[in-house]
Write a protein that binds this ligand. Structure first.
Ligand SMILES: Cc1cc2nc3c(=O)[nH]c(=O)nc-3n(C[C@H](O)[C@H](O)[C@H](O)COP(=O)(O)O)c2cc1C
Length: 173
C-alpha cells in the first residue's frame, strides 16, 4: 500500500508523527508537512521519502503515481478550506485534491475547538464527496488510562478507516 501522510499546522502535529510511527512496516509511506507545521523530521525506517511542501513536482503530486490512501493529520482549518474549494497551492493540498479526483481514500483530521460554521460547511461538503472526516475525538469507552493510550485509540480508529491492520486498542466486545 502506498500511503501519503500530510501534516498541517494545527495543534497536534505529534499525532501525525505517531500515526506514522505505528504504521505496519510493509506500508510505503510518503510524508509532506506544510510550512506552518514547521517540522524537521527524518525518522522511522518505513518512511520512504519526506517531501518539501513546495515541491509540487513530486511523484505523489500525480495521480499516475498510484497512491492508495492519503491522510492529513492534523488538518488545519486553513488547509481544510483550501481542500474544500479545490485549491492545490502546495504539496499537501495537491495530494488531497489528487485523492479526491482519483476517488481514493482521503482522511482528514480537522483540529479546532469549537468549529466555526464555515469549517463545518467545508467538512460537510467534503464528507458528501466521500472524504473521511475524522477529528481527533476522545472515546472514553476505550478505557484509556493515559494520553498515550487515548492517542493509540484515535490512531487505531484512523487505521480502521483506511483498512490498515493494527493492535492499537482493545475492541469493544
Ligand atoms: C501553536 C499553534 C497552534 C495552532 N493550532 C491550530 C489549530 O488547532 N487549528 C487550526 O486550524 N489552526 C491552528 N493554528 C493556525 C495555523 O497554523 C494557521 O492557520 C496556518 O496558516 C495553517 O497553515 P497550513 O494550513 O498551511 O498548515 C495554530 C498555529 C499555531 C502557531
Amino acid at each position: 500500500m502506498k500511503l501519503v501522510v500530510g501534516i498541517s499546522g494545527a495543534s497536534g502535529v505529534e499525532l501525525g508523527l505517531k500515526f506514522i510511527k505505528y504504521l505496519p512496516k510493509d506500508i510505503e509511506v510518503f510524508v509532506v508537512a506544510t510550512n506552518a507545521a514547521n517540522l524537521v523530521f527524518e525518522k522511522e525506517n518505513n518512511i520512504k521519502e519526506v517531501f518539501n511542501n513546495s515541491k509540487i513536482e513530486a511523484s505523489i503530486s500525480s495521480g499516475s503515481f498510484g497512491v492508495d490512501a492519503t491522510a492529513i493529520i492534523p488538518t488545519s482549518m486553513n488547509t481544510l478550506a483550501k481542500i474544500a474549494c479545490g485549491i492545490a497551492d502546495n504539496l499537501v493540498t495537491r495530494v488531497a485534491s489528487v485523492a479526491i479526483k482519483e476517488q481514493k481514500k482521503l482522511l482528514l483530521a480537522p483540529r479546532e475547538l469549537p468549529f466555526s460554521p464555515i469549517a463545518l460547511e467545508n467538512m460537510l461538503k467534503l464528507s458528501r464527496l466521500g472524504v473521511i472526516i475524522s477529528p481527533p475525538v476522545m472515546g472514553y469507552y476505550s478505557n484509556s488510562e493515559s494520553l498515550e493510550e487515548m492517542e493509540r485509540f484515535i490512531i487505531g480508529k484512523w487505521y480502521d478507516s483506511l483498512g490498515i491492520e493494527h493492535n492499537l486498542y482493545k475492541r469493544w466486545s
